[in-house]
Design a protein around this ligand. Structure first.
Ligand SMILES: C[S@@+](CC[C@H](N)C(=O)[O-])C[C@H]1O[C@@H](n2cnc3c(N)ncnc32)[C@H](O)[C@@H]1O
Ligand code: SF4
Length: 384
């Protein structure tokens, strides 16, 4: 996918889970009663229609069902939402259509149905290959069950990816290297490897604050990060983004839309979007609470709570923040066109001297491997 060819993605948020994992701060909710899926389908279709009316003529190159746990949806629900997208925009014949799935046997039983509905890529939340670690993470599946789900997914979809969380309590670089090698033996073309983040207001934050949950210090985190890069690169899945690894050509197109600052619609409770309307880039967000979102869409046709036209400066900062996550880095000319000014050459030179950034032969600017663990500081320095 060429960086400068315009892309349009559609992100759909399914906000329900069977239980809440203690580390997670995504917009996910547990409900005792069954979810009225036909009612949600009508609301998704209505919000798709109102968003498409503001972005006519777009060709959808990627669709992503994220969550929450989209694999709790019935395949008919997924099919009906995909039909609504195809009624209001043109979907490219080779569009990437991804669904995030939890790796339990019940959910794996729905994989064929999702594939028949049009899903061609699945991203599984395996998280760990160690049953004790999975229990500590509050997961509802064992490592065996997760790997069985990966095998079923491989038979049902053209493309698969799975997620692991590392830098877990007591995890040493050696343990992690062994776990990662086992994962790579089961992996397809893509892996997402996230360092455990202690998110505010989660049960893990309270345990961490009381000293009952210890995460690796900076040096250990750094060693774990370096191990990740070495093991994955040696296996042919180098990092193309700070936490994402793929065989060249197998990168997630949807994620590239975000990181290359292309356009995407955010549909469903708590979804974010970036839409180009009348020459301005709009940052959109919808109501997070599922039932409040439903009511809003049923009365107004959309659940938008934010719809802000970004300034040039905001667009340029966002371009920097997202683009520097990528191994390919950014084209400084695109930054200059957005910001109306060039990046400060003195700051770039200082970051290069410290080994945190590098320029490529094509004139791109990227964060170096030693710079990635301090990416936020590098971006803050450049954007200042
Ligand atoms: C939206 S979540 C969930 C997908 C799916 N519901 C699941 O749990 O398998 C996407 C991914 O974010 C990662 N994640 C969530 N919270 C995290 C945290 N606090 N630290 C690191 N990774 C996290 C997990 O790897 C997860 O698979
Ligand atoms: S990690 Fe996944 S399953 Fe767990 S609460 Fe978050 S979204 Fe739900």
């Amino acid at each position: 996918m060429a960086e400068n060819t315009p892309q349009f993605g559609v992100y759909l948020h399914w906000p329900f889970c069977l239980s809440k994992c203690p580390y997670c701060d995504f917009n996910s909710h547990v409900r005792r009663a069954a979810i009225d899926e036909p009612r949600f389908v009508r609301a998704f279709a209505a919000e798709i229609a109102s968003t498409a009316a503001r972005t006519p003529g777009r060709v959808v190159s990627s669709i992503f069902f994220g969550g929450g746990t989209p694999s709790l949806m019935q395949p008919e629900t997924v099919a009906a939402i995909l039909e609504a997208i195809a009624r209001h925009w043109t979907v490219a014949p080779d569009a990437e259509i991804t669904l995030e799935a939890n790796p339990t046997s019940v959910e794996a039983g729905r994989f064929r149905g999702y594939s028949a509905a049009g899903v061609n890529r699945v991203s599984l939340g395996v998280q760990a290959l160690d049953d004790r670690a999975l229990a500590e993470l509050g997961r509802l599946h064992s490592a065996r069950e997760a790997l069985d789900a990966v095998a079923i997914a491989r038979g049902a979809f053209e493309r698969i990816s799975f997620d692991l969380i590392y830098a877990r309590p007591q995890q040493t670089p050696r343990d992690w290297a062994n776990e990662l090698k086992r994962a790579l033996a089961e992996a397809g073309e893509h892996l997402s490897l996230y360092q455990l983040t202690i998110e505010p207001d989660t049960p893990f934050a309270a345990l961490h604050a009381s000293g009952k949950l210890k995460t690796p210090d900076d040096d250990s985190s750094r060693a774990l990060y370096d191990t990740t890069q070495e093991v994955c690169a040696a296996h042919g899945l180098p990092a193309y983004e700070i936490s994402n690894h793929a065989r060249p050509g197998a990168e997630s197109r949807h994620n590239l839309i975000y990181w290359r600052a292309h356009e995407y619609a955010g549909i469903g409770p708590g979804a974010h979007g970036r839409l180009d309307i009348d020459g301005a880039r709009h940052a959109t967000a919808t109501e997070k609470r599922p039932e409040a979102w439903l009511t809003a869409v049923e009365s107004k046709g959309h659940g938008l709570v934010t719809d802000d036209a970004l300034t040039r400066e905001e667009m340029a900062d966002e371009f920097l923040l997202m683009g520097l996550r990528l191994a390919e880095g950014i084209d400084p000319r695109r930054y200059a066109a957005l910001a109306g000014r060039v990046l400060d050459p003195v700051r770039i030179a200082a970051l290069q001297e410290n080994g945190l950034m590098e320029s490529t032969a094509e004139g791109r600017l990227r964060v170096s491997l030693p710079g990635f663990p301090v990416l936020d500081a590098v971006v803050a320095d450049l954007a200042a």
